[in-house]
Design a protein around this ligand. Structure first.
Ligand SMILES: Nc1nc2c(ncn2[C@@H]2O[C@H](COP(=O)(O)OP(=O)(O)OP(=O)(O)O)[C@@H](O)[C@H]2O)c(=O)[nH]1
Ligand SMILES: Nc1nc2c(ncn2[C@@H]2O[C@H](COP(=O)(O)OP(=O)(O)OP(=O)(O)O)[C@@H](O)[C@H]2O)c(=O)[nH]1
Length: 478
């Protein structure tokens, strides 16, 4: 599938354009700069032809945090087949935008300059200012007034191949309907293609690790944040600038950016987290933006039911997890007893590695950073299809899949179609007949072979040709 990258400085209207194309509200548009941090991807149809949109965050290099986004956007453009660079027609062209445009032109790919926010004929005059870019393809548009967008889409459409399911391929399909082998091959190829695209896209976004420090009141979350960020507390980015909005803090570690999400709540004096319901809500919001949860527990006192409820949110969000046993300097019990208790209480987080620390004395705190990097690697890995299928095949030979009312239940093949966390489709004859305990058995087999420490792995049984229905098809956490 062809890939279209949407590039541009913050606030020029990239997300709005993306939404307009996708005809639904996927990206969140906002009046604040830099809200589109991560690359969003979506399969859309442009002039009835399928393609993949890569929607990148802003390209502003003026703060360190955006350096990461800048690199991400350049990377996205390198992987794309068509580049559209959006500028704000209500502003004067900036030197920085010109530099970026020339750099992108250097990639030798079809590229168009989109002058957005040309809301009426009178504003067309502004568009001439952008002549100095020397772009071959210029589209003055207004996303919000839906002006000029269709011309742009037609231009993009020229680079897209004819859609599958055109009259010729449809008749072929009906002829081959009965032919299982054929169907299997084509489905496998298609799955593989999607997996490759996913891998490519996830690679691009691989540069920032979003970490949420969570736990009930007084376990030492802010002390831990201090110990982790330490003197490095360089980059503080306020998304919207008011006190109730999330404030992230990023550090660089071994050439990776570790971004602690929404640290405002942890830094604030006269903490608000005392109200349980509010604390849970806030935790939920943090987790929505995170890849990894640092679940902080207080080892100086008994664990509480609230600890379990908070831990449950990690599982709900399919996040990678590290269990941090804080206040180890005042631990109630010895290591064996405490860890046995943790493993017993938080069975559903059995995949999470555990570390004992003292945020107060900073003992072992720096080890957490290494754990974050290795867990993130496991969480974002792509298991090659061949190896994956070998493991699944062996597992099904060792233990046959229980039949369903004497009918054989078969897995045709498996493919990982998403990372962060790894999500694997099991393409089967009877997807609804796979018992959850068998799914858990398969997941454990995968854990034996591949390094998935700290990461959930999700298995989704599917019928041939079925996809994107994970929600109905209960994925199995393991
Ligand atoms: N007047 C006008 N405003 C627009 C138009 N398109 C988008 N906007 C506004 O511009 C602002 C920024 O739009 P976004 O789509 O969030 O911009 P973005 O480039 O994705 O921004 P970042 O997420 O910061 O990178 C929003 O307030 C939009 O409503 C347009 O055609 N005309
Ligand atoms: N002995 C010991 N005390 C600690 C440690 N870490 C934090 N504390 C103490 O525990 C108390 C709570 O620490 P905070 O970092 O404020 O805890 P928190 O989880 O951010 O608290 P809330 O924001 O109120 O939820 C403070 O008195 C800290 O000094 C530790 O490793 N050992």
């Amino acid at each position: 599938m062809k890939k279209i990258a949407i590039i541009g400085l913050p606030n020029v209207g990239k997300s709005s354009l993306f939404n307009r194309i996708a005809k639904q509200r996927i990206a969140i548009t906002s009046d604040f700069s830099g809200t589109t941090r991560d690359i969003k991807t979506h399969k859309v149809y442009i002039t009835d032809k399928p393609c993949l949109i890569l929607d990148t965050g802003g390209l502003d290099k003026s703060s360190e945090l955006f350096l990461n986004v800048h690199n991400m956007s350049m990377e996205a453009s390198k992987k794309a087949d068509v580049i559209v660079m959006v500028v704000d027609g209500k502003l004067l062209p900036s030197e920085e935008e010109k530099k970026i445009f020339y750099a992108l032109q250097g990639l030798g790919k079809p590229i168009a300059l989109i002058i957005n926010k040309i809301d009426n004929d009178k504003e067309m005059e502004r568009a001439w200012e952008f002549d100095e870019f020397g772009a071959d393809h210029v589209f003055p548009i207004s996303v919000s007034h839906n002006r000029g967008v269709s011309a742009l889409l037609e231009w993009i459409g020229e680079f897209l191949p004819a859609p599958e399911g055109s009259p010729a391929s449809e008749s072929e399909e009906s002829l081959c309907d009965e032919d299982e082998a054929w169907e299997e091959d084509s489905a496998e190829e298609e799955e593989e293609e999607i997996a490759n695209i996913v891998e490519m896209v996830e690679d691009v976004g691989n540069q920032q690790i979003n970490v949420a420090i969570i736990g009930r009141v007084n376990v030492g979350k802010s002390s831990l944040l201090n110990a982790l960020v330490g003197k490095q507390r360089a980059v503080v980015s306020s998304v919207a600038g008011t006190t109730i909005d999330p404030v992230d803090e990023s550090i660089e570690y071994n050439e990776k950016v570790i971004n602690f999400v929404d640290t405002a709540g942890l830094r604030r004096r006269g903490k608000i987290e005392g109200i349980e319901k509010f604390a849970l809500m806030r935790t939920k919001e943090m987790l929505e933006r995170a890849n990894i949860a640092l679940l902080v527990l207080d080892s100086s006192e008994p664990f509480l039911e609230l600890d379990e409820r908070i831990a449950g949110l990690v599982e709900e969000n399919n996040l990678a997890c590290i269990i941090v046993l804080n206040k180890w300097d005042e631990a109630m019990d010895d290591f064996e007893k405490v860890t046995a208790e943790v493993r017993h209480r938080f069975k559903f987080l059995s995949y999470a590695p555990l570390i004992t620390v003292s945020a107060k004395s900073k003992q072992r705190v720096s080890k957490i950073k290494d754990m974050i990097l290795s867990v993130y690697e496991n969480y974002s890995q792509h298991i090659p299809t061949r190896q994956l299928n070998e493991v699944i095949r062996e597992a099904t030979i060792r233990h046959q899949i229980p039949s369903d009312h004497s009918k054989v239940v078969k897995i045709y093949f498996a493919t990982q179609y998403q990372t962060k966390p790894p999500r694997i489709a099991l393409v089967m004859n009877k997807p609804r007949s796979l018992h959850f305990s068998y799914k858990r058995y398969l997941a454990n087999k995968l854990r034996d072979v591949f390094n998935l420490e700290g990461s959930p792995i999700l298995l989704y049984p599917r019928a041939k040709g079925e996809r994107d229905n994970e929600q109905e098809n209960s994925g199995e956490e393991s």
